[in-house]
Design a protein around this ligand. Structure first.
Ligand SMILES: [Ca+2]
Ligand SMILES: [Ca+2]
Ligand SMILES: [Ca+2]
Ligand SMILES: [Ca+2]
Length: 498
């Protein structure tokens, strides 16, 4: 700024004394030196070195006659300084030569001694992510996917993208499996992609329950065999999980799997491609800080589970104290506070305080796959079924949920074999970017490992996988539920994104 001001003074005085010949030296206030010549060059005192960060402060000797200094990186001007030091930010790894010159009104000195800085930033490697895109979407979504890939790389992951058209889920798994040894932590499946089918005998209803099973794609080294060749992995507790076991390794998941697909939504006028593009737009908006949700969680426990409220609350470790709202009042035999209408207003009514309050909502309510039924289950209480109201997929579709993440403890909510399954509606109908649901009965019970991991800053995919490894899951024979667990949405997000 000092030099610019002098130029201005020269111009102003030239205007004032217009027509009068004034020797330039009379209006030259600059130059502390006496020699009317450029200063001597400084000497850089910072030593040659290798750094592992992206910046370094360069220091040099002061030159008496200098007004300021210019710093050059690989002979290109980089910065100017009135002191004898300057922090230089290097963009990428490489070898850089630094020189400094001194300046005054008579010009610029020759360059200082050069120093060499080698920048060797160790890349943060959090793991590799596989992204499979249904080939019919590949071109249409290319710009969205390019942005998504870049966002994931920025987080510290590496990415492989596959344009996928094979409908055989075993071949998809065979393609995923070799990547595990290369540090792959999970797979994101975009659009309509194959899934495994499993079934169990529901002795209460005396029927087989058939469901989509992403656990098959998550356990890469356990043994899965359709021994009776019925097209389903028979994995019910009653048949002792007959067609899935440790094999020569273990039956737990090695990776997480997430799906981003609106293709089970069936509504007149619904455009899945637009819906996907909107999803990725929202995802990027959150990542760059343009979507805001305060760190608030809602735990909504309907009648059937409300008696254990204190335990559910204590295990909900991502949100505690003032950050947690728990609704768990109940009356087994009449409508009560935890009902479909009130729940919907909590998650969608923009006049409700919840609009700005909830980052994540965990709801425990009965469900048949397409509608959540508040109130006591008919099985235990035949005359009081859903007396607290029914929340259908149309209610979700018409009201656009506002929270970013949902955990649905609601039977069959994420079953890809059910058209208009409600978990898919939760993901695409409003602002959500991640939904956990179950494609068979149950959901994420014994959930503390999941919420501990989220609390500790892990991404949703890792927290989801951690839940399967929870010490209480296997001993208590909760394998029945794990077979149906699903993550819909972006598993690379975390809480506290904004
Ligand atoms: Ca079978
Ligand atoms: Ca395994
Ligand atoms: Ca009730
Ligand atoms: Ca209720």
């Amino acid at each position: 700024m000092k030099k610019i001001n002098k130029i201005l003074i020269v111009i102003v005085l030239s205007v004032i004394f217009i027509g009068v010949t004034i020797p330039f030296t009379l209006i030259n206030f600059g130059g502390r030196g006496t020699g009317n010549q450029p200063p001597n060059p400084p000497t850089i005192t910072t030593l040659n070195q290798t750094i592992t960060t992206d910046r370094l402060t360069i220091q040099w000797t002061s030159v008496t006659e200098a007004d300021n200094y210019s710093i050059y990186v690989n002979s290109v001007f980089n910065a100017s300084s009135y002191n004898n030091q300057e922090e230089i930010i290097f963009g990428v790894n490489g070898t850089y030569q630094i020189t400094v010159t001194a300046l005054n009104d008579f010009g610029e000195s020759s360059h200082s001694n050069p120093i060499t800085i080698i920048v060797g930033i160790t890349p943060i490697f959090l793991g590799n992510v596989l992204i499979y895109i249904n080939s019919s979407l590949y071109n249409s979504l290319s710009s969205d996917i390019t942005q998504y890939k870049q966002d994931i790389i920025t987080q510290g992951y590496t990415v492989n993208i596959f344009n996928w058209s094979n409908n055989n889920v075993t071949q998809l798994k065979n393609h995923i499996t070799p990547y595990y040894s290369n540090g792959t932590i999970g797979a994101v499946l975009i659009g309509k992609l194959p899934y495994a089918k499993a079934q169990y005998w529901d002795s209460s209803w005396m029927i087989f329950r058939q469901f989509s099973c992403d656990y098959y794609l998550m356990d890469l080294d356990g043994n899965w065999t359709d021994a009776n060749s019925n097209g389903f992995f028979d994995v019910g507790a009653l048949d002792n999980h007959l067609e899935h076991n440790n094999g020569t390794a273990d039956a737990l998941p090695e990776i997480w799997v997430a799906r981003i697909s609106p293709y089970t939504i069936s509504k007149v006028g619904f455009n899945p491609l637009t819906s996907l593009s909107n999803f990725f737009y929202r995802d990027h908006q959150l990542r760059i800080g343009l979507t805001y949700r305060p760190h608030q969680g809602l735990l909504y426990i309907d009648d059937e589970w409300a008696a254990y409220k204190s335990e559910w609350v204590s295990n909900f470790t991502t949100y505690t104290g003032a950050n947690l709202t728990c609704e768990a009042d109940y009356n087994y035999f009449a409508n009560d506070f935890t009902n479909a209408t009130y729940f919907l207003s909590n998650i969608s009514d923009i006049t409700h305080p919840a609009f700005t309050n909830y980052e994540l909502v965990h709801v425990m309510a009965h469900c048949n796959g397409t509608e959540q039924q508040f109130g006591i289950n008919a099985l235990q209480h035949p005359f009081y079924n859903a007396d607290d109201g029914i929340l259908t997929y149309n209610d979700i579709y018409n009201n656009g949920p506002q929270p970013l993440f949902f955990n649905l403890y609601s039977c069959f909510s994420a079953n890809l074999m059910i058209r208009n399954n409600i978990a898919t509606h939760y993901l695409f109908d409003g602002q959500s970017l991640g939904v956990i649901g179950c494609s068979r009965s149950g959901g994420m019970s014994l959930y503390q490992p999941f919420y501990d991991s989220l609390r500790d800053g892990k991404i949703f995919g890792e927290a989801f996988k951690d839940w399967f490894h929870g010490p209480e899951i296997i001993p208590l024979n909760h394998w029945e539920e794990v077979y149906g667990m699903k993550f819909f949405g972006d598993p690379l997000l975390t809480i506290h994104m904004t």
